[in-house]
Design a protein. Structure first.
Ligand SMILES: Cc1cc2nc3c(=O)[nH]c(=O)nc-3n(C[C@H](O)[C@H](O)[C@H](O)COP(=O)(O)OP(=O)(O)OC[C@H]3O[C@@H](n4cnc5c(N)ncnc54)[C@H](O)[C@@H]3O)c2cc1C
Length: 477
């Protein structure tokens, strides 16, 4: 039986894992977490997607306390500026876009109306999340779907308190060596202490000390599709009213983020070092701050991709040690969460767990590849002509899975989303449309709805959305 788990690393991944395992297994599992204050954490990762509510529910967190402790804010979506072309912007909201009719998703009727010169308006007119985000309104309501922005450092500290109260033992020290005899047996700390366990979770971030350093599982590099490889992160003073959305603004060779928190604003620039210099990236980031910088920008380097195996022998990689996809759609914390949930579902009874590991790896890889494709879409379908970085993104060969999805939508408006994809139809629709992909035809079933009925159907929904918005309170108070 697996009686003891050792978690190496105490960033967001380490403490999320420790908190969840302590909550689910209680005293039946001995959980030790080793972290090094001297090394510290990456300290970014402040925007999430709505599935985080499931994690909070698993921990039975009180949402108000969570927001207070992490200086968190509500997030209704992400605004993309300048991605289709300079001056253009669109919202990828978390909400539903329109109501479906009979057998067909809403967007088929909407596109048909546009193709026939109707007055269907904009996609956002059918999306309460979109309207509320731009109007700065919010309430906890069934028809609004929210996630959070929070301070990454405060979040890890919050989870640490939770996990320690749940019985997790924290050891401070630097892991100097990993003892392996096929499986991992123990972690040796710089001061000579030896931490043994039945199963090890590698949460050591980009260092990947266990899964790569000790077990050499290998890495699949995705930079030919996602060539950004550096980031700068800087906090700035909060100015003005809180916006309930993240902003992602395309730059010459990458993009900048803006994440509103209660006590400050998080900012950063993800960029491609082959197309812009560190100094240019620095200038672009600092030129965009809307408040005084509270620190010097912190440089981060990364290689987009994934570990070839995320669970290998008696070691599971969670967090940055498992791989990295840039934070354009705020998916890393979600990947941590879903790895934890999957591990709990597949938790091994004893030392023979090859089949469980295989299942874990297959599901995790599918999930990561779907996210990868979604992120590539933002770069690939762009109208930023005469810019070398954006031209190379437009001209690159994308994965077959993504090529198929774009062409299927372009030819037929069909969006057939596999269940393994965290991003569902409204997400793909908003980004495809936002980036400028227009379908040439819609489903033939739409012909069965008379033109006037369709117009009434669309008008009614726009009206409902406007009316509903009026009843949402303003975040400005
Ligand atoms: C630029 C950027 C922006 C991001 N933005 C977002 C976002 O908006 N949303 C989102 O969901 N995610 C985002 N992420 C990802 C997010 O930051 C990470 O997924 C998350 O913080 C988890 O990191 P981690 O815990 O795996 O690694 P880390 O935070 O690096 O933690 C590693 C831990 O391992 C310990 N450690 C390492 N080596 C040793 C050693 N030898 N001995 C002892 N301990 C050791 C460290 O001390 C630390 O405790 C972003 C990432 C980057 C790079």
């Amino acid at each position: 039986m697996i009686k003891s788990i050792v978690i190496a690393g105490g960033g967001t991944a380490g403490w999320m894992t420790a908190a969840a395992l302590a909550r689910v297994f209680g005293p039946s599992l001995n959980i030790t977490l080793v972290e090094s204050d001297e090394i510290g954490t990456i300290g970014v990762g402040e925007a999430t997607i709505p599935a985080i509510a499931r994690f909070n529910t698993m921990l039975r967190l009180d949402e108000d306390a969570f927001l207070r402790e992490t200086q968190g804010t509500f997030k209704l979506g992400i605004e993309f500026r300048g991605w289709r072309e300079r001056g253009h912007s669109y919202m990828h909201s978390f909400g539903a876009v329109g109501r479906d009719l009979a057998y067909l998703p809403f967007h088929h009727y909407w596109y048909q109306d546009r193709m026939q010169g109707g007055d269907a308006g904009e996609l956002g007119d059918y999306d309460l999340n979109h309207a509320a985000a731009y109007a700065g309104r919010f309430a906890r309501a069934d028809d609004l779907v929210h996630a959070f922005h929070f301070d990454a450092g405060l979040y890890a500290a919050f989870l640490r308190r939770y996990a320690e109260a749940g019985g997790v033992t924290r050891i401070e020290g630097r892991i100097a060596d990993v003892t392996v005899d096929g499986d991992i047996r123990s972690l040796r700390l710089a001061d000579g202490r030896e931490i043994a366990g039945d199963f090890f979770i590698d949460c050591t971030g980009f260092r990947a000390l266990l899964i790569e350093g000790a077990l050499k599982t290998g890495y699949e590099d995705w930079r030919h599709w996602l060539p950004c490889d550096r980031a700068l992160a800087v906090p700035s003073a909060r100015t003005g009213a809180l916006l309930p959305y993240t902003r992602a603004t395309a730059q010459v060779a990458g993009w900048t983020w803006r994440i509103p928190l209660q006590h400050r604003t998080g900012n950063g620039h993800v960029y491609c070092s082959a197309h812009t210099s560190d100094d240019e990236a620095h200038a672009a980031l600092m030129g965009q701050l809307d408040g005084e910088a509270l620190a010097d920008p912190r440089p981060i380097r990364f290689t987009t991709g994934r570990r070839k195996k995320l669970w290998h022998r008696n070691c599971l990689a969670i967090g940055l040690s498992a791989g990295f996809i840039e934070p354009l759609e705020s998916t890393s914390i979600h990947l941590i969460q879903s790895a934890i949930e999957r591990f709990i579902m597949l938790f091994p009874r004893g030392p023979n767990h090859d089949r469980l590991a295989e299942d874990f790896n297959n599901s995790s890889i599918m999930e990561m590849e779907n996210i990868r494709d979604f992120i590539i879409l933002h770069y690939h379908v762009n109208g930023r002509y005469d810019e070398t970085f954006w031209n190379s993104c437009r001209n690159m060969t994308v994965p077959d899975s993504l090529h198929h999805r774009i062409e299927l939508f372009r030819e037929t408006a069909a969006l057939h989303i596999p269940t393994a994809d965290i991003f569902r139809l409204p997400s793909w629709l908003q980004v495809l449309h936002g980036q400028g992909v227009e379908p040439q035809a819609v489903h033939p079933f739409t012909e069965r709805v008379a033109r006037d009925d369709r117009a009434r159907f669309l008008r009614g929904q726009r009206h409902d959305c406007r009316e509903r918005l009026k009843h949402l309170p303003s975040l400005a108070g």
